[in-house]
Write a protein that binds this ligand. Structure first.
Ligand SMILES: [Zn+2]
Length: 206
């Protein structure tokens, strides 16, 4: 036992540090939901849609393998796209042009952010700064920024401040995320009926 204690002390004294994963790397997240409710996960990816797949002209990024900085999830046009975790909408690209087309970025409390690209119609009233819950609709899926690929959501997971992000491979995160049958229903519960006074008839009951 003393031998072990001595060894431990020796390790500590040597200043050996353990490479502890950051919270952002500690994937998967138990509370996360899949960004496309009702879409079968198993058939949602195509080879070129995998994280780190080859993209011409984008090989300089060390964090994205051969250039593809997200995962492409196939789904029909018009499918609901939901936030995978609670957070704050911190960027919206309204323009349809450009590589990612129309997109939304949601910042989460753990320092990560999730990106939803190739969107069509943004949810009415969606604004930067607003808080969203896991499963809450952000937009419908479109083909903005897509030319020949099948219709897909480009989903990305990053850590770091806007403009200085590092991309993480979201594959494990997505595999463990809960698949919702439908987006979160945000319609307020109907108000309870206001009690009406029962008018008593002055006539004797028959
Ligand atoms: Zn993509």
């Amino acid at each position: 036992m003393w031998k072990h204690a001595a060894l431990l002390l020796a390790i500590l004294a040597s200043g050996l540090t353990f490479d502890r994963p950051t919270r952002a790397d500690a994937l998967p997240d138990a509370d996360a939901v899949f960004p496309l409710p009702g879409v079968e996960r198993a058939s949602s990816q195509f080879k070129e849609g995998e994280f780190g797949a080859f993209r011409p002209g984008r090989r300089g990024r060390r964090d994205c393998g051969h250039g593809h900085c997200g995962v492409d999830l196939c789904a029909p046009q018009g499918s609901a796209v939901v936030a995978v975790k609670g957070g704050r909408v911190d960027q919206i690209q309204h323009a349809r042009g450009g590589e990612g087309g129309r997109w939304v970025r949601v910042a989460h409390d753990d320092g990560t952010a999730t990106w939803y690209m190739h969107l069509d119609a943004l949810r009415e009233g969606l604004r930067t700064g607003m808080t969203v819950q896991a499963g809450e609709v952000l937009a419908t899926l479109g083909r903005t920024g897509v030319s020949s690929s099948p219709t897909h959501l480009h989903f990305a997971l990053t850590v770091g401040k806007p403009g200085h992000e590092r991309h993480l491979d979201p594959t494990r995160f997505l595999a463990s995320a809960a698949l919702l049958a439908a987006p979160l229903d945000l319609t307020p519960a109907p108000a309870p009926p206001t009690p009406t006074r029962t008018l008593r008839s002055s006539l004797p009951e028959l």
